[in-house]
Design a protein around this ligand. Sequence first.
Ligand SMILES: *Cc1c(COP(=O)(O)O)cnc(C)c1O
Length: 479
Amino acid sequence: MRSFEPTRDELSGWLGDTAEKVVDFVESLTTARAKAPITDPELFALLQEPPASEPGEFKVLLDVMLAACTASMETAGPGNLALVPGGGLPVVATADMLAAATNRLTSLGANGQGLVALEDGVMRWLCELFGLPAEAVGVATTGGSLSTLSAVVAAREWHLGDDLRAGVVYHGAAGHPCVGKAARIAGLAAPRIRCVPSTPDQRIDLRAAGRMIEQDTAEKRRPFLLSVTAGTTDTGAVDDLDQAADLAREHGLWLHVDAAYGGFFQLTRRGRALLRGIERADSIALNAHKSLFLPYGTGILLVRDRSALRAAFGCQAHCLRDTQGADTLPDYADLGPELTREARGLRLWLPLHLYGTDAFASTLDEKLDLAEYAYNRLSADPRLHLPWQPTLATVAFAVHGHDDHAHEALLRRINASGRVALSSTRIDGRVVLRMCLLNHRTHHDTVEEAVDLIMACLTPDAPADDPALFPTPLRQGAS
Ligand SMILES: *Cc1c(COP(=O)(O)O)cnc(C)c1O
């Protein structure tokens, strides 16, 4: 039997071995291809083996863990332009290591103390960045879906109390499905979750929303939540947040801004212009694992009035009666559905302090420039159709005369190159392709190559894996 308490040598050996593999992996990423995951049945059988009763060898197990990582979609490399990528700043691995090794609680101000103060410092900075008042609070979550769930539950509690039956939620057709999902989890009947149509530029049609709210009110239902989007997943469209705030105020609705993708563009001048009005939101969902380049599992919820979160989630647990009274620090257990909670703030705090906020602002500016470059080049090709201006870092395009099937075939040809990975979506009922240039490792050379590839693959009989067509390896990114 191996002791749970490692010797000094044992522990430093494990950490050292892991560190070496991490360094190798991160180094390989600058040239990593956007390849499809391996689906080797033998490997999967190994990965799914139950634990043995006898101890294993750390080095062997480390290799198995790495094999599992490499047999997954290449999300972190510069060529990943699918979905909403985020490269995952490697320095966060050190913060996570510290969080796991020290195993501190951050459920309550009184037991988390230093770590809660550190996390709250980041959250206060964010509240200020988004122009929220002093009563505002921020909570680190695991992602946009969970931030949205907390926001919807808080809005429901604030406006409806115990009587949910007549409550109505409104979200834009181009918004993220997590809003409807959150409303369902929050107990709303599906017919009370209204999908507001989009304008041609993929923003929520606020006039249509106004008419829907008026009709529901006239028919004795209780509209209580308007969810709008700062950066849709499909095209990066940003809703008119100021007008949305006017509408929400006029009808007494909670305004939620889903800024899971676009939120941190607030650090840039162009982003602040696009997000004007966000300071009037009742709640804002941000994903640091998207536009702050952090690893997955890093969401944030900002709420204008912390008492709304407390009303929804506050609970008095007798088992916690000894740990009361750090009034100046937030009790995260009362501000969300979780109780036990790790030192989640470390992974946000470290990169912000290590690099400074200007580094994030200029990297986000680079992404806006890359999208503009890709848009300009693609829209100059008469075969392509790009009616959606890239407001953020996403460029969506269709091919004239291509049906859904032809678009899917084009996507397969582009991705089969193994150079870049794009993804498709459906806009106004039709399949279109898109690339999202949000990975911190994606620079001009990759985008240039992606555009060249798209154009080369437009020829229907372009061979997918002809080495002559894609001869050069991805150059090292130079910004
Ligand atoms: C990614 C995304 C979400 C969902 O966030 P998760 O972290 O995946 O739960 C919500 N809204 C938008 C606009 C997104 O891009």
